[in-house]
Design a protein around this ligand. Structure first.
Ligand SMILES: Cc1cc2nc3c(=O)[nH]c(=O)nc-3n(C[C@H](O)[C@H](O)[C@H](O)COP(=O)(O)O)c2cc1C
Length: 342
């Protein structure tokens, strides 16, 4: 690559769905109103907040609290319903150049099908992302996404109803995320997104109460990145579909790490709340990093992880490595050093 050439950032996340670059918002952490301060035409795609069939209010207050390196939310996904979405909100997304991925949810498997039916022939819907972290009220409130049989059924049912690619967004609140990824693939998903928020809680010690009105909430932000990276890596190896990585991404380097472990694209959620222009900074950071490293095409990085002893492969190539100090009892402490080259 010569100095004047720009690295190629385009990626394909599903058949017929090529993005100008691999960066998009995470569902629920973005709305078209961000367009007033950020040029949304530069994003790879737009992703809507999860919509349900009918209007619903969210959870009781308090709905959000800060944690070390992240936040807990129990917003509970308020929704104006699919009708109002199609009539009033979707046109605001369609005004922008990037394709719109519509996130849909349901409190029963049939509700996903009903929402999919309503969206099947609607223009400007480039793909559906299934938020399968919703409680299945017909199965005692367990997340639909925790049961591989339910996941395969819901994915297949939606795939059968729409022409656009269907992306299954995996919940991390399971014993084996790879089983859920495989069920999504078996159901006909075109891609998977990993991961949704991790169930956590926060305590108001003086009041001996939970801080969130719903008792528990979803942990997101930088505190979750290591877990999300591990899950994306496992999922990318378990299935042959593109993976969209999400969880704690704040910088171009974070995004690059997700690509290296196997993600084809990334989503950014919580970081946008602290800096609305985070996604644009990540895109320009990706471009600068690739140019500096002489990588002509971002796709060269996807799944390029070298496993094996620390100090080898890409980590060493970029001057970053880990030492494992093992004490007499076999317990280890991980010390990460940076060379200062970045
Ligand atoms: C306030 C808030 C609302 C969210 N709403 C949704 C939603 O409607 N649908 C969904 O699939 N995920 C939702 N999420 C999860 C995010 O899409 C994303 O998976 C998660 O925040 C991890 O990414 P992050 O660490 O970059 O925030 C929400 C997250 C937050 C913080």
């Amino acid at each position: 690559m010569t100095r004047s050439e720009q690295p190629r950032l385009a990626v394909t996340i599903a058949p017929g769905l090529e993005l100008a670059n691999p960066v998009m918002p995470a569902s629920g952490c973005f709305g078209p109103e961000l367009g007033a301060i950020v040029d949304l035409d530069h994003l790879g795609a737009l992703v809507t907040k999860t919509i349900f069939l009918n209007p619903r209010s969210g959870n009781p207050a308090h709905r959000v609290t800060e944690t070390h390196g992240g936040m807990l939310n129990s917003v509970g996904i308020p929704s104006r319903g699919v009708g109002a979405f199609v009539d009033e909100l979707l046109p605001r997304y369609a005004a922008y150049r990037p394709p719109t991925i519509v996130s849909i949810g349901g409190l029963s498997i049939e509700e996903y099908f009903d929402v999919a039916d309503r969206l099947a022939d609607v223009p400007h819907v480039a793909a559906l992302e299934l938020n399968i972290s919703c409680p299945n009220l017909e199965a005692g409130g367990l997340e639909i996404g925790a049961n591989p049989h339910h996941v395969e059924r819901v994915v297949r049912g939606v795939v059968d109803r729409v022409q656009v690619p269907v992306i299954s967004k995996l919940t991390p609140n399971v014993t084996s995320i790879t089983d859920i990824a495989r069920a999504s693939e078996a159901g006909g998903a075109a891609a998977v997104t990993a991961i949704n928020a991790i169930v956590g809680m926060a305590v108001d010690l003086r009041g001996r109460r939970t801080q969130l009105g719903n008792n528990t909430g979803g942990l997101t932000g930088p505190a979750t990145k290591a877990l999300a990276l591990r899950m994306v890596w496992q999922v990318a190896r378990a299935i042959s579909l593109p993976v969209i990585g999400v969880g704690g991404i704040c910088t171009a380097e974070d995004a690059l790490e997700f690509l290296v472990v196997g993600a084809t694209a990334v989503q950014v959620g919580t970081a946008t709340f602290t800096r609305p222009d985070t996604m644009l900074r990540i895109i320009s950071g990706l471009r600068a990093w690739l140019a500096r490293e002489g990588v002509a095409d971002v796709r060269e990085l996807i799944g390029s992880l070298q496993t094996g002893p620390a100090g080898h492969g890409l980590a060493a190539a970029h001057g970053r490595h880990a030492t494992l100090a093992v004490n007499d009892y076999g317990a280890g402490t991980q010390n990460t050093r940076r060379s200062g080259r970045r």
